[in-house]
Design a protein around this ligand. Structure first.
Ligand code: SF4
Length: 98
């Protein structure tokens, strides 16, 4: 079993795995990288799982659109809602840089 530590994309700039939907060259590069990655199967399942789903980028060799189709075919349902907790009180917030 592979782990994310084995992932090819972790060896370079991760931005390459998030090409714009119209960036066909970028998508091809990301897919080629996934195609050679030992963690591909685990990565794809992670990206499809409702608890860890990611709706953008290339994961496990599939674009977000391709994953949406797979999610529909497998009837995996909607992604879990993330709970970021309560917003901190105003006095506890860090002032924005000016
Ligand atoms: S399958 Fe692709 S996105 Fe997933 S870890 Fe491997 S290179 Fe990264």
């Amino acid at each position: 079993m592979s782990t994310m530590a084995d992932s090819l994309c972790a060896q370079f700039d991760l931005d390459a795995m998030f090409p714009a939907p119209t960036d066909l060259l970028g998508i091809a590069f990301a897919k080629q990288t996934c195609g050679e990655c030992p963690a591909r199967a685990e990565c794809l399942e992670w990206a499809l799982d409702p608890a860890s789903r990611c709706n953008f980028g290339v994961f496990g060799g599939l674009t977000a659109e391709e994953r949406r189709e797979l999610i529909r075919q497998r009837n995996l349902g909607n992604a879990d809602r993330l709970d970021y907790g309560k917003f901190p009180p105003k006095k506890a917030r860090i002032a924005p840089a000016v």
